[in-house]
Design a binder for this molecule. Structure first.
Ligand code: SAH
Length: 282
């Protein structure tokens, strides 16, 4: 299901610039993605679980010291800093929101890793990098916000060296959407500026862009589903503080989005890993 509209990238940037970046950072602790609780263990806090997700996905990249990693849709930078620390990789993070990039740069400065972890505003649909410039690409919960998955995959593949890996998480249509449910799902996706993938599309998506699909896993029950329960709990507990900081309209919008997400069981969350094939797209 591709969204071809050009406005989508701009709208996403504006949303994050206008409060979204800070709202997510406040609730999720500088990670703008869901948590991961392995083996049904729900004792970890949302903050620890969001770091777990970073480790799970970045672990698929088998990074070595000095590897050049592109963090595609880097948010406010916590995943990039964490991965750089753990692996010794040299990380470039890009996002469509100047506000996020600014916060991310401050974080890497504060954490003392700004020589190895840098950020810039760029559109994943037209990456300002040369072919084969990176050893690995990470895209945590970002491709669903982009106007075209096909272009996101093509650009990721282009900037990867042969044999380099692309690991990402994405939202997909987990169960068929009944006709009467479509309006709720559409509203929910609209508020998140997101589209859903079809799991069956990934092999072709990879083949068309010079990638080989290595792993495709439905991790919804360990990530997406429990995260929304936790997010709602945190927001409820800090309601007054959040309303004062972000304003009544933003809080109301977030409430509506969270209520919709909680009720929408058709959305799934996937881990996808692919490898750049020698010789590129066929
Ligand atoms: N990966 C980060 C942030 C996820 S939020 C984390 O896990 O914390 C989604 C991110 O995708 C945001 O940083 C947003 O700016 C970025 N994004 C959305 N559309 C984009 C586009 N077209 N080009 C580059 N980044 C984009």
């Amino acid at each position: 299901m591709e969204q071809s509209s050009e406005w989508l990238a701009g709208e996403v940037g504006t949303y994050y610039d206008d409060g979204g970046a800070d709202w997510f950072a406040t609730v999720m602790g500088d990670n703008s993605h869901v948590g991961y609780w392995p083996d049904g263990d729900r004792t970890a806090s949302l903050q620890d679980a969001t770091d777990n997700l970073t480790d799970l996905v970045a672990g698929r990249l088998s990074l070595r010291r000095g590897d050049r990693l592109l963090d595609l849709g880097c948010g406010v930078g916590r995943p990039a800093v964490r991965v750089a620390r753990a692996s010794g990789a040299d990380v470039t993070g890009v996002a469509i929101s100047g506000r996020q990039v600014g916060r991310a740069a401050e974080l890497s400065e504060r954490e003392g890793v700004c020589e190895r972890v840098r950020f810039q505003e760029a559109d994943a649909m037209r990456l300002p990098f040369a072919d084969g410039e990176f050893d690995a690409v990470l895209a945590l919960e970002s491709v669903m916000h982009m106007p075209s998955r096909a272009t996101a995959f093509a650009e990721a593949a282009r900037v990867l060296r042969p044999g380099g890996r692309f690991a990402l998480t994405d939202m997909f249509e987990r169960s068929p959407v009944a006709e009467h449910r479509r309006p709720v799902l559409d509203r929910c996706l609209g508020m998140m500026f997101a589209t859903l993938a079809d799991l069956a599309d990934y092999p072709a998506l990879c083949r068309a862009t010079g990638l080989r699909l290595v792993e495709l896993a439905d991790i919804t029950d360990r990530s997406w589903a429990p995260s929304h329960v936790e997010v709602a709990r945190i927001v409820e507990g800090r309601r007054d503080e959040m309303t004062e900081r972000f304003g009544a309209a933003f809080t109301e919008r977030s409430d509506t989005m969270m209520a919709d997400v909680a009720g929408v069981t058709e959305i799934g969350y996937a881990l996808v890993v692919a490898e750049r094939v020698e010789g590129g797209a066929r």
